[in-house]
Design a protein around this ligand. Structure first.
Ligand code: TTP
Ligand code: MG
Ligand code: MG
Length: 430
């Protein structure tokens, strides 16, 4: 076998063709063929023009924005969670009274925290009550999405003036394709950081590498105010020692499954047998895992992304019983449908698939979809489709969260369907 492999490597394209022609007769070479196809795709990537992609992510974004209006809290552990009741109060002596974590009772979760609070063990998505046990004296500020959206627009506009069109990948992060810019990466990164600081007063972290996957990993490596520039050849030294969970696309479930196979670092994933991965993850995800671990990612930077879905959801202050709290639930359901319809109209989209999301008191979460015959932004039709979804759920346990989503979107700018679909009476498919 080893001789065969050496021969094939010397002229693999020709031999691949031969093996493909004699496919049935050459089943025993199937593994070699797979390996060669992979090598060919690698070669294609090697031959692709080298790109220079940046990922920029703001540091402790919501918390940093809050500190611009409460500079007296700089250097303190500050946590962003909850609603208006914990807004700072102006005292008669002109000083502000800030709430502390120990003042909080409820079941909210932390959106983010300053790096000083993180040093005390606090992290995003942690329950506020748990954080209060860790750091009762940490300051608590409520979430104010309007101001975060404002700062988001500011930093994105500032980057555009230097690097051109951006791919908007979240409220505090963007991708940039710097391939056609002349300046070296270090100079560009410093200019971008300077522009962001000028426009917002905030710091960000940047990763610059040949693709989006690596840049996303790298923007996180030296936070806060970080800058990591990496070439493909740096992967074994810089990327392979990291945990597989650093790869965006390997969630907690996949990481757990990989750990079960003895794979915890990206290096171990890179060395794993694709056959073994395929036995546990299916073909396409295994190929993706393998390529990701070798730092391969062909995705382009998309500067005019269309949204895939528009959704609204709410977590109740207390769990609601499907029968006893029916009135309250149906009120929330109607509000969510109306909000989704308004969001669709506001953003200029109509959707064809309506989904509901239910999270029960035990955190078990389910979704149900309903596809209409035409696209819509009509709250009544969205409501009816949502009810169709609800009918397919056995409602016994109390509910913690309810959500509505419209997907399979098309832009109303590219269609004249809006007016017709608003007049549709019963556009359901059965
Ligand atoms: P992130 O960029 O993940 O976090 P961050 O900017 O707060 O901190 P870092 O320096 O590590 O980048 O998220 C951006 C914002 O999104 C964050 O400020 C608050 C919000 N967010 C949530 O609401 N819930 C979450 O679980 C996370 C992770 C973020
Ligand atoms: Mg961030
Ligand atoms: Mg982010």
């Amino acid at each position: 076998m080893s001789v065969l492999v050496i021969v094939i490597y010397s002229d693999y394209k020709r031999l691949l063709g031969k093996i493909a022609i004699n496919k049935n007769a050459n089943c025993k070479y199937e593994g070699v063929v797979k390996q060669l196809r992979y090598e060919l795709s690698l070669k294609k990537i090697m031959n692709m023009p080298l790109r220079r992609i940046a990922h920029l992510d703001m540091d402790a974004f919501y918390a940093s924005v809050e500190l611009t209006r409460y500079p007296e809290l700089r250097g303190q552990p500050v946590v962003i969670a909850g609603r208006d009741e914990h807004k700072p109060v102006m005292k008669s002596d002109g000083c502000k009274h800030f709430f502390r974590l120990r003042d909080y009772s409820g079941r909210g979760v932390i959106t983010t925290a300053t790096y000083e609070a993180r040093a005390l063990g606090i992290s995003s998505a942690m329950s506020v009550m748990k954080a209060a046990q860790l750091a009762p004296d940490a300051f608590l500020l409520p979430v104010d999405f309007d101001i975060y959206r404002h700062y988001s627009r500011l930093f994105k506009a500032a980057v555009t003036t230097i690097a051109g069109p951006i791919e908007d990948s979240g409220i505090d992060e963007i991708y940039l394709d710097l391939s056609n810019l002349e300046e070296d990466s270090l100079t560009l990164a410093h200019r971008i950081k300077g522009a962001v600081k000028n426009a917002t007063g905030l710091t960000c972290s940047i990763g610059i590498t040949p693709n989006k996957l690596l840049s996303k990993i790298c923007s996180d490596l030296e936070k806060p105010n970080g800058l990591t520039i990496l070439q493909q050849s740096d992967i074994p030294a810089r990327i392979w020692p990291l945990s597989v969970s650093k790869i965006s696309g390997i969630g907690p479930k996949a990481a757990k499954k990989l750990a079960f196979l003895g794979i915890t670092t990206i290096a171990e994933l890179a060395q794993a047998d694709i056959g073994l991965l395929q036995n546990h993850f299916g073909r396409s995800y295994s190929v993706w895992l393998h390529e990701a671990s070798h730092g391969i990612d062909r995705r382009p930077v998309i500067t005019h992304a269309e949204p895939k879905s528009i959704s609204r959801e709410t977590t109740f202050e207390r769990d609601l019983h499907p029968r006893n709290d029916r009135l309250a639930l149906s009120k929330v359901f109607t509000i969510l449908c109306t909000q989704v319809a308004e969001d669709l109209k506001h953003k200029g989209y109509i959707g064809r698939t309506i989904s509901i999301k239910l999270r029960f008191e035990d955190f078990h979460t389910i979704t149900r979809d309903f596809t209409l015959t035409t696209h819509t932004a009509d709250p009544i039709i969205i409501h009816r489709a949502g009810r169709e979804c609800l009918r397919r759920v056995t409602l016994k346990k109390k509910l913690r969260l309810l959500g509505i989503k419209a997907s399979a979107l098309i832009s109303t700018h590219s269609t004249n369907q809006t007016s017709t679909c608003l007049q549709q009476e019963l556009p359901f498919t059965f």
